[in-house]
Design a protein around this ligand. Structure first.
Ligand SMILES: Nc1ncnc2c1ncn2[C@@H]1O[C@H](COP(=O)(O)OP(=O)(O)OP(=O)(O)O)[C@@H](O)[C@H]1O
Ligand SMILES: [Mg+2]
Length: 414
């Protein structure tokens, strides 16, 4: 009764087409059934609904592929059924059948959304078959179009959210630039201060020396003071030069054999005068079994020095400072703890940013600096393939800085 070609064209594959006639006249049903039997190319199963009052509900339930709706259904007309069914979301095509020959109905049917309009007295199997085929085909096209529109809408939505993410990213980047710029401005004034500060005592000492002539009792303390201040200036400027070289990627580590014990001893020795001056309770805890290290000793001493110097600088005189050194994984973990003012939780990461300084209302002026010490610590440790971390001390008191370095950095040449 059917051929595959015409079946696949209307997309019905193997399944017969389920068609429902909505007509209160049994004569018409029999007539339609005979007509459908005359169709050779497609297999059609015919259902019949005589009760016009249920028509809209039945169509909306959607059990059939296609509906033939009679124009005159007693109290209501077929056009109203089609309109109502479409308004309630029916998706199967509906063909309007009429016994009348009226062009006005044809146009109304089209406006109401009928898939086709057929006059009963002209119907024959060929005409009916063609109308069914076209109606189903058109529905398929409409669905295909809908699917493509949906796809395109999804694509657009995706592109749109990607674009929004880009915009947000750019806004963030601009904000970061502005912050960096602001910090640089603040930094310039800090820098000027820090560089000028040692010059005042130096000038005073020179003046004293000029007045005192060669009296050694006055001369020697002044000379010692100048020497201290010059050393401090040199350290500041050295730090800045290292910062500049690391920033431009121009630093190359000089690896050599060393040990955690030796690095610790050198850093502590360099800092001893400051620790003594601040009367801190300072202790080093060296664990057993520390592995030998292959590192840039000078830079790592600077790392330990910067961490200890911060602890000593920011902790009130007489404070407690501990340096722990222990083996961990394939390397060594250095741990500097103090019981000073600590670092606010939301700044534990930021302290490693360049020029970052925690602003404290009770700053006593001892805690001066350039805000580059921890940045250098992080960069040098990371150049060695290690990691740093800042934590709040136990019971929210003081702070703790951890620096882990591998015994042999990944890029150390033999
Ligand atoms: N042990 C610590 N206790 C409390 N605050 C600290 C401690 N170490 C660092 N900080 C805070 O982190 C900030 C950044 O430290 P960093 O060492 O980078 O700069 P700095 O000490 O201000 O200057 P410098 O460049 O001379 O080291 C400090 O200004 C300080 O506010
Ligand atoms: Mg510092």
């Amino acid at each position: 009764m059917k051929t595959d070609a015409s079946a696949s064209e209307v997309g019905m594959s193997e399944k017969p087409i389920r068609l429902m006639l909505i007509d209160d006249d049994e004569e018409d049903y029999l007539l339609t059934r005979d007509l459908l039997e005359g169709i050779a190319d497609i297999e059609i199963e015919l259902d019949w609904l005589a009760d016009a009052d249920r028509a809209v509900d039945v169509i909306c339930d959607g059990g059939c592929d296609l509906y033939l709706v009679d124009y005159s259904l007693g109290r209501i007309d077929g056009l109203a059924v089609i309109r109502e069914a479409l308004a309630r979301g029916a998706s199967a095509p509906m063909i309007l059948l009429t016994g009348l020959d009226e062009r006005a109905i044809d146009l109304d049917a089209m406006r109401a959304g009928a898939a086709d309009f057929l006059e009963k007295w002209r119907l024959n199997p060929t005409l009916l078959e063609r109308s069914i085929r076209y109606s189903l085909q058109e529905k398929q096209h409409a669905e295909e179009l809908e699917r493509r529109v949906q796809e395109r809408t999804t694509e657009l939505a995706r592109a749109n959210s990607a674009l929004q993410a880009q915009v947000a990213e750019r806004v963030r980047a601009e904000e970061a630039l502005r912050t960096a710029d602001r910090r640089k401005d603040e930094y310039l004034s800090t820098l000027a201060h820090e560089l000028r500060n040692p010059l005042v005592p130096i000038r005073n000492a020179l003046e004293i020396m000029r007045l005192a002539g060669s009296d050694p009792a006055v001369f020697e303390p002044s000379r010692a003071m100048i020497e201290r201040q010059v050393k401090h200036l040199i350290r500041l400027i050295d730090d800045l030069m290292v910062v500049a070289r690391i920033s431009r990627g121009m630093i190359k580590l000089k690896y050599e054999s060393s040990s955690a014990e030796r690095l610790t001893a050198t850093a502590v020795e360099n800092l001893q005068p400051f620790l003594t001056k601040r009367r801190h309770d300072f202790q080093v805890d060296l664990a057993e079994g520390l592995p030998p290290l292959r590192v840039d000793s000078e830079r790592l001493v600077q790392v330990l020095y910067n961490l200890l110097h911060n602890a000593a600088k920011y902790t009130q005189p007489g404070g407690r400072i501990r340096l722990g050194v222990e083996p961990e994984g394939d390397g060594v973990l250095f741990r500097v703890r103090d019981d000073g003012p600590g670092i606010p939780r939301d700044m534990l990461q930021a302290v490693f940013e360049i020029f970052f300084q925690v602003k404290r209302p009770d700053d006593d002026g001892v805690a001066s600096g350039l805000g580059v010490g921890l940045w250098l610590v992080k960069r040098i440790v990371e150049l060695h393939g290690g990691r740093v971390e800042a934590r709040s001390g136990a019971d929210e008191r003081g702070s703790e800085f951890l620096a882990w370095i591998p015994a042999t950095p990944p890029d150390a040449e033999e």
